[in-house]
Ligand binder design. Sequence first.
Ligand code: ADP
Ligand code: ZN
Length: 298
Amino acid sequence: MLRIGAIEAGGTKFVCGIGNDSGVIEDQISFPTERPEQTLEKVINYFTDKNVAAIGIGSFGPINVDPNSPTYGYVTTTPKPGWANYDFLGTLKQVFDVPFGWDTDVNAAAFGEAKWGAAQGLDSCVYYTIGTGIGVGVYMEGRLVHGLVHPEGGHVLVRRHKEDPFEGICTYHGDCFEGLAAGPAIEKRWHLKGNELPADHPAWDLEAYYIAQSISSTILMLSPKIVILGGGVMHQKQLFPMIRSYVQRNLNGYINTTALLEDINSYIVAPGLGNNAGLCGALALGVEALVRFNESRR
Ligand code: ADP
Ligand code: ZN
């Protein structure tokens, strides 16, 4: 059985694991994200002697995913100490002589969901993580989308609710989607952490209002076959029906398809891979890297 390495590189914590090409994780460890030297030393220690055939990395970002760029594999503009302009992929490539998969954490999760999760059998999906930040991964026509850089759907502009005076906390944009709706924005607006707010608190209606705006735009722009919502904030399961209902209201019947009009419960969904979406996504990138490598040698 193949052993593939997977790295879910988050801004708060790293998860490293070993899995196989069926999406089964056999072993994993997790540690807090520190400066890159300390963090990657732990990563290297974990994979040394594990005999992996490939490694997939889903990373926090922004990152460089353009294979033709001299800074491919770098983390680019993050405020995280030590990580800006850091050659993440290159550092690991110097140690492990195996094919590497490399993409954003959310593109990885979208890919994992398409291979083994809620979007299995579909050739498109959009994956949201709504946590410390908001990220959006895009898988379209059977491949991950990068475009100019890579999608940064957390920072789209949304229309502020007329009864929401909160100015938002995005350091770049103030009241962009992430600035209004990520976990830290909820905490700052309501003076309680998300998990401390009761399920019937008005915070959740407002949260659903913003999430639904972004999803409505995504549906109009990209027309994905399914929308998957993960991340800590989405542990609030009552958000799902509220979001679905706002999306239907926003679109107002314009997109005339049963997926949106009748089957929206199976169109806007939680990750099929649950809390493993990120790590399984990285695993999927590793599997893909190995397949490509083997094809290129034929
Ligand atoms: P990260 O984004 O750092 O990878 P998470 O996806 O767990 O990690 O997101 C963390 C954010 O989600 C925090 O802002 C936290 O307050 C919020 N959060 C975590 N659990 C819950 C919960 N059960 N309900 C609401 N918000 C939550
Ligand atoms: Zn922003």
